[in-house]
Design a protein around this ligand. Sequence first.
Ligand code: ARG
Length: 461
Amino acid sequence: MKLWSGRFTAKSDRLTEDFNASIAVDSRMYRQDIQGSIAHARMLAKQGIITEGEKDQIIRGLMEILIEIEAGKLEFTVEAEDVHMNIETFLTQKIGDVGKKLHTARSRNDQVALDVRLYLRDEIKEVRELILNLQQVLLDMAGDHLETIMPGYTHMQKAQPLSLAHHLLAYFEMLRRDLDRLDDCHKRMDYMPLGSGALAGTGFNLDRDYVRQQLEFTHITGNSLDAVSDRDFALEFCSFASIMMMHLSRFSEELILWSSEEFSFVEMDDAFSTGSSIMPQKKNPDLAELVRGKTGRVYGDLITLLTIMKSLPLAYNKDMQEDKEALFDAIDTVKKCLLVFAPMLQTARFNTANMAAAARGGFTNATDLADYLAEKGLPFRDAHAVVGKAVLYCIEKSKMLEEVSLEEYQNFSPLIEDDIFSYLDVKACLERRRVPGGPAPERVSEALEEASRWLRGMLSE
Ligand code: ARG
């Protein structure tokens, strides 16, 4: 029998039951549902709404249900619709009529608003750890590659020399912002909604703050109508997740490109690569490709949620039941991607010789030649034009800028002297970029120290 069947005279059609049920998706919140119910029962007893004895029976029943669910001894049913009513049904089966008192002064609307928050809060902790772990991998690798020169690109054309450490730390910074966004999501989710009832609160004399304390929230929600209709926290998580996946996807794209024979900057470990069923020679960076692909999935989850919410009148509407599938998919996908990304990166072998050779080609030191002339007093615009001509000359003669003789250079500008050759060395080009935030090894090692200190702080929180 349905918990809400009083005003009905006929049974639900089987199709209605299947279509309406969310148990297949929301059963994973059983722990949070029980946690919330225990806090609610304690508060009901404290306020004299149920007796101490009734509270003890309810809590004991709920604890046993928790153990039985975890031992696989209880089976959720579609008849009981969702995780909330499944657990309430188990409770009443176990302890009889007292179980029916648990739902006093509570609605599934404030209950689900609580459960999703509790669930997401637990998951945020895990996602946080996974991000910090990946950041640690980036730092360790960057420490090994302060002097590894590689070309930096704009428009996918060689631009200026960089170090691999600087490149890796760029991703560290992205993840640092991602973590900040995740913490922000948690901050705005840290409001306890129970007591909001279906939409208009309750006439029972509840102690909402007592529930808040038990469940370790910082605040209680301030408006019952908003509290049961708000899914901003799920949206914020999916926004965080989308942005973070976009970062992992860009990194994946680079690793995929760098794994090609044309680049040959990196080789993924066999343990994190796959082969082809027809082409025996193949070793493919499938994991990075999947991370790139799954990014689309997480964007989809965000769009799903935004679209579900966009035209819902206040307060709860059943459309909102669809929120969990998208939210859970985003959580699962982000966790899977972070979990595989860290060891995939950690075991990748960089071909530093190829990177350095690539950095020497493509006139990555052309800006430096212009800077050299500008330092000698030529206005930068004019220096730019002179170097443009020199590059054109080099292309015609199939030379690099450092292979042009001093005599030849003096035809381009008499300001060029024989110190130009050491000036144009890519290593010197890198070392000169000592501006704060720049790629000079001494700056990058400072950045690395700052990042390590920050990470240690985060890990000890
Ligand atoms: N399973 C529902 C959900 O996830 C719980 C809330 C149901 N509330 C209601 N008034 N039907 O949204």
